[in-house]
Write a protein that binds this ligand. Structure first.
Ligand SMILES: CNCc1cc([N+](=O)[O-])ccc1Cl
Length: 331
């Protein structure tokens, strides 16, 4: 079996996050979920979510599905890197993504979501694509959609083809040659503690020379920006007129009119260039002429993160074989 579904930016102006349609239950209830390789919980806004915390999101109502089953006594609670959080109870139900079906997928129903989820009206929940070891369900952790689907897939892979300000694709079970150019460079993945952790071979700022120092980090579709060591980030913003590290805005900002250099990162022998246009994320507030950078420091996080700003510059194969690997190709 295979599956293929669109990854649609939630905002036409800035690539904050991407949502993908899924169906849950019988008859099918369609929700738009944020596919997140940086976590491993599949949770949704639901009929168990207080209405005061719902603002336009679609919800899953297990009681309206003839195939839903309560996973009695199971609960979950998760906090993300940006401080947002959610928690709730658990059902199993039929679940499909782009024509790929899994019977009795664990569906974590939110009984509480933090304000940044409530205000993100176009995200009806998250679909974790990290390793199942990160799943937060107690007393028994649950498998991700990918882990449940793996045995049905021709090849135990999914691919991310995220795009700048336009819809991309998540494919499951196959590698679409039409989506990339050249060869795919595969690199090792350390699945402990549960992220798609790999080591980049180095970086360059603009037309500067390539610095071949290894950068270990995670490939994370659920994070908008790229977070790298401070030395790399300061080297980048030294090339941006008027850039400052703003305590007020919590990162590097610059005049939206500034000329930005592109940023290149290496995977094995292959070089990926993030165009300058991807390196300006968004105005700090609506209409401001000060822009927030797409590259920020990882010093406060504890891990380097290759988020959407970087992933958009590549075609990425998440290879769930044993051992797992990551494949990177230009496009
Ligand atoms: C923006 N804060 C909530 C949020 C977090 C994540 N996350 O993967 O960490 C995804 C979407 C949203 Cl809406």
């Amino acid at each position: 079996d295979t599956g293929s579904a669109a990854a649609v930016p939630i905002d036409p102006r800035f690539d904050i996050a991407y949502v993908t349609p899924v169906t849950i239950g019988t008859p099918p209830q369609t929700l738009q979920l944020d596919f997140d390789t940086g976590s491993s919980d599949l949770w949704v806004f639901s009929s168990h979510t207080p209405t005061s915390q719902i603002r336009g999101q679609e919800i899953y109502t297990p009681d309206k599905s003839t195939t839903s089953k309560l996973l009695d006594g199971h609960t979950w609670s998760i906090t993300y890197g940006d401080g947002s959080a959610s928690r709730g109870n658990v059902y199993t139900d039929n679940f499909t993504v782009g024509g790929l079906a899994v019977a009795s997928q664990a569906i974590q129903c939110a009984q509480q979501v933090s304000s940044s989820f409530t205000t993100e009206e176009s995200i009806d929940g998250l679909l974790g694509l990290g390793f199942s070891t990160l799943n937060t369900v107690n007393p028994a952790s649950q498998l991700t959609f990918f882990d449940n689907a793996k045995s049905k897939l021709g090849s135990p892979v999914f691919t991310a083809d995220l795009k700048n300000k336009q819809a991309g694709t998540y494919d499951f079970g196959f590698i679409d040659k039409a989506k990339y150019t050249g060869e795919i460079t595969y690199v090792p993945v350390n699945p402990d503690p549960g992220y798609w952790t790999f080591t980049s071979s180095g970086y360059a700022v603009g037309s500067g020379n390539f610095s071949g120092s290894p950068i270990t980090g995670i490939a994370d579709t659920g994070t908008s920006l790229v977070y790298l060591p401070t030395a790399i980030v300061t080297a980048y913003y030294r090339q941006v007129q008027g850039a400052t590290n703003s305590r007020n805005y919590g990162g590097y900002v610059f005049p939206c009119s500034a000329t930005l250099p592109p940023f290149t990162f290496g995977v094995g022998e292959t070089k990926f260039t993030i165009p300058a246009s991807y390196m300006s994320y968004a105005p700090v507030t609506d209409g401001s002429s000060t822009c927030f950078g797409g590259l920020q420091s990882s010093s406060g996080i504890g891990v380097n993160i290759w988020g959407d700003v970087a992933l958009k510059a590549a075609f990425v194969v998440f290879n769930g074989a044993n051992p797992p690997t990551l494949g990177w190709a230009t496009k």
